[in-house]
Every structure is written in C-alpha cells, then in structure tokens.
Design a protein around this ligand. Structure first.
Ligand SMILES: Nc1ncnc2c1ncn2[C@@H]1O[C@H](COP(=O)(O)OP(=O)(O)O)[C@@H](O)[C@H]1O
Ligand SMILES: [Mg+2]
Length: 234
C-alpha cells in the first residue's frame, strides 16, 4: 500500500490517501493533547502504543461481528483503513461515573452506571463538543434515525465486548469514545480505541491507566501507556 497525499491532519493522527480506492492510511503521531488542544506535548512512542492497542481491539471486535474500518498494520503506528464518510458524533459509553458527567451532573465519582449510559457529543472542537440529543442529531441531519439506532446498538455491543476483555486483565472500562462512519449504507466503527479515548482504572488499586495521567499530571504517561499496552495485548 503506497502513501499518497495528506488528506487531514488532526490533533493526534494524520490521514493519507493511498493508491487504492476506498483505502486510507492513518498514522498515529506521538502528539498528545487534552482540554480541546489547550495542553499539548510530543511523547516518544505514544503513537505506537495507541495504534497497537487500537489494532488489537479492532481485530477482536471484527472476530465478534462488529464492522470496523481496520484493514491491516503497515508498521507499529501506521494503519490501513477503509475510507469512511465520518459522522461527526463522539459516541461515549459510560459504565462508571467519572470526568465530565461528574462535573456536569450530580453523580458521585466512581458510581456504577448500570445499564451503561450513552452520551453523544457533536464532534466540533470550536464549539467544545456540545452534547446532542436524538432530535438535534436528526434536525442537523448528522445521520438518520435508523443509523442512530444502529450506532447506539453497536456502541453497547462494543462496550460489552471490551469491558469483558479488559476485566480479564483486572482493568475497569470506566468509559470510552467511539467515532462511526459510513461507506454506502453500511456503518463502520472508525477512528481509534486507545488509551487516549478510553478511561481505564486498575481494578485493584483504582489507579488511572489512560490519558487522565497526562490531563492531571498523575505520573509518567508513557510508562503507563507502555504497561497498559502490554497488559492488554500480551
Ligand atoms: N476510516 C476513516 N475514514 C475517514 N476518516 C477517518 C476514519 N477514521 C477516522 N477518521 C477521521 O480522521 C481523523 C483522525 O485524526 P485525529 O488526530 O483523531 O483528528 P481530530 O483532531 O479531528 O480528532 C479524525 O477527524 C477522524 O474522524
Ligand atoms: Mg481524534
């Protein structure tokens, strides 16, 4: 697969066209950002930890019947994916109250959310990703009602699969964010599922194993990503 022109440079990944129609290359960069890009750093090897964990999850999900954009890895931080028309939604599934849901609503941090809570935000940094509801989503024509129903069902299935897999490693999947896109009428899970997009807690110690270590200066971020990637993949 040959890399052609740069299509999009995001906060943490660069997306390139390829010589093959319908295939893109996503390079996970070593950039890390938080607070809508307000905090930024470049951390050695960060891209490969996230790319490898994402690839591992996408393969696991495909095996269990979830359609994802993952095609293959070119190297440890470069992924070949199916080209999607992205739906500008951040689909978040929460199993335990933490982060913005605790800041914005009267939830006590650490409260179990059963059944899981789905929160859908509008992916728009300039508006600080405001929360949507079903009516706003369809009024803005971000997707159809049928697509929204499908997205929510897939989000819950992914949550069940990943929460189960992580529990085997004594990790709680507190919450995580997904992005979906379409190719024709088919909806695929796109983007990444990594330590940047998940909130993970060690079941025994309660320690953060994700980007919160960076957001709140809780310790050595890359040492954490390295340990978590090993724990998940190996
Ligand atoms: N399969 C795909 N096809 C097209 N675009 C994708 C695909 N997967 C992810 N994307 C988009 O590529 C970009 C990835 O780069 P990222 O650094 O995460 O950007 P951002 O700062 O916008 O979140 C995102 O905008 C994401 O929505
Ligand atoms: Mg992103």
């Amino acid at each position: 697969m040959k890399q052609r022109d740069l299509l999009y440079e995001g906060k943490a990944k660069s997306v390139y066209r390829t010589e093959k129609k319908g295939r893109l290359i996503v390079r996970f960069r070593h950039d890390i950002t938080a607070f809508d890009g307000g905090k930024k750093d470049v951390l050695q090897d960060k891209g490969s930890y996230n790319a490898r964990v994402s690839a591992f999850f996408f393969k696991y999900l495909e095996k269990h019947g979830v359609k994802t954009h993952f095609v293959s890895m070119l190297d440890d931080r470069t992924m070949v994916v199916r080209e999607l028309t992205m739906i500008p939604l951040e689909v978040i599934v929460r199993n335990v109250a933490a982060g913005s849901i605790v800041r914005n609503y009267p939830f006590k941090e650490g409260t179990k959310l059963d059944p899981p809570v789905i929160v859908i935000d509008y992916k728009d940094d300039s508006r600080h990703d405001p929360m949507l509801n079903d009516d706003i989503i369809t009024a803005l024509k971000l997707c159809t009602q049928g697509e929204l129903k499908k997205v929510k069902a897939v989000a819950l299935k992914v949550n069940d699969l990943l929460a189960g897999l992580l529990a085997e490693q004594d990790i709680t999947l507190v919450d995580f964010k997904m992005e979906f896109g379409r190719q024709g009428k088919t909806i695929y899970l796109g983007d990444e599922i990594s330590m940047d997009s998940m909130r993970l807690w060690d079941k025994k110690t309660g320690e953060s194993l994700d980007k919160d270590v960076y957001r709140f200066d809780k310790g050595d971020v890359m040492a954490t990503y390295n340990r978590v990637a090993k724990r998940i993949i190996e």
